[in-house]
Design a protein around this ligand. Structure first.
Ligand SMILES: [Fe+2]
Length: 368
């Protein structure tokens, strides 16, 4: 069995209504001057205002940064740094989907350690401590609140940079399923499928260990049993809770065991054709499972008593996701170029079956 060093760094508060405690929790971690990083959708939904009320009720100074949408870029992070530089912030609260949480981490890097966010591409580049952070996810998908990586897109090259550091772990994650009920169906579908892919890819990755396998399996159990329920009825709070916790466990599994070929093949589709991450992963996952079966078939069988590949297709159909690259308007002649790009992705290195450009092309062709 592989050795591991597991250090829980994030307190997890899970339950409907826990969001209201953000002010109290912020005080507990020593905050008095808080930067709230929440995308514009959080303002429209009223969640940003709710957070501000709870924080102010605990006599907290709050400064809100909302100037971003999906996928934070280098210039967004610079704008966040410039906005907060003179405010004497001692706490950051990230509220929203994966983008808000990644944005909170990335602003923290440059605010406390200086330079540009590009300086933190890779792992362990911060030499000084970061400010304490609280994560409040409002989508069940990335599990970013469980991870020490921030994904930031380089404005010049469009390359997504994974900037990670153990110091960037959230101090507290507040998992309140009530916040995910307002998610539109398409977002529930794409982010939910992304969470499912985290459970599947981490389970068989070459970096997996006995503990990450627990998270992968429990993530799958929760997500597989609740995904169709949230698709049918978005206000089913029990199902939403299972999705949120499942995506958190999936995020933890990724933190400790990395990903695989489905993510490696998905990233060039997102960069080149702006296919949302969860949709891109959904186009590939069942094909990767089939391709990996020669080496990981036993683990897949153990995870799911029926045919896993078939089950993954069923879930994509239930979510009304496109079922082929053709349907997603990817031109067939682009596949060899995309395969080259996929083979250069970091996550492909952890796939159980050795993965290269020829492998990526085979997977894309099956998915076409
Ligand atoms: Fe993902």
């Amino acid at each position: 069995m592989s050795p591991f060093d597991f250090r829980p760094r994030t307190r997890i508060l899970f339950g409907a209504g826990e969001f209201a405690r953000v002010g109290e929790i912020a005080r507990e971690v020593g905050g008095t001057r808080c930067l709230l990083v929440a995308d514009r959708g959080m303002v429209d939904a009223g969640y940003a205002q709710e957070a501000i009320r709870s924080l102010k009720a605990r006599r907290m100074e709050v400064f809100a940064f909302h100037e971003f949408d999906a996928s934070p870029t280098t210039s967004v992070i610079e704008a966040g740094r410039a906005f907060s530089a003179t405010l004497d912030i001692n706490l950051i609260v990230g509220l929203g989907g994966g983008s808000s949480l990644d944005c909170a981490k990335a602003i923290n890097f440059v605010l406390t350690n200086g330079g540009s966010v590009r300086d933190y591409w890779g792992y362990g580049k911060a030499s000084r401590p970061l400010l304490p952070m609280i994560a409040i996810p409002t989508t069940a998908g990335t599990g970013s609140e469980a991870q020490t990586y921030a994904i930031v897109v380089d404005e010049d090259t469009r390359v997504p940079m994974a900037c990670g550091d153990g110091k960037a772990a959230f101090r507290v994650a507040i998992l309140d399923p009530k916040l995910t009920v307002t998610q539109p169906a398409a977002l529930t579908a794409a982010t939910g499928y992304d969470a499912i892919s985290h459970a599947i890819e981490t389970l068989v990755s070459t970096r997996r260990n006995a503990l990450s396998e627990c998270f992968s399996r429990e993530a799958w159990r929760l997500l597989n049993s609740s995904f169709e329920r949230v698709l049918e009825n978005g206000s089913d709070l029990d199902a939403r809770a299972a999705m949120l916790l499942g995506s958190h466990f999936g995020g933890l599994a990724v933190e400790y065991s990395m990903l695989g070929a489905a993510h490696a093949c998905a990233n060039p589709l997102t960069a080149g054709y702006r296919i949302p991450h969860g949709v891109a992963v959904s186009l590939l996952l069942s094909h990767v499972v089939k391709w990996n079966s020669a080496v990981a078939g036993e683990q897949y069988d153990e995870l799911h008593s029926g045919n896993l590949e078939q089950r993954l297709r069923e879930l994509a159909e239930a979510a009304d996701l496109p079922l082929s690259l053709r349907e997603a308007s990817v031109p067939e002649q682009a596949l060899p170029r995309l395969a080259e790009q996929a083979s250069a992705q970091w996550s492909g290195r952890f796939n159980p079956r050795p993965f290269d450009a020829a492998a990526a092309l085979e997977i894309y062709q099956c998915a076409y």
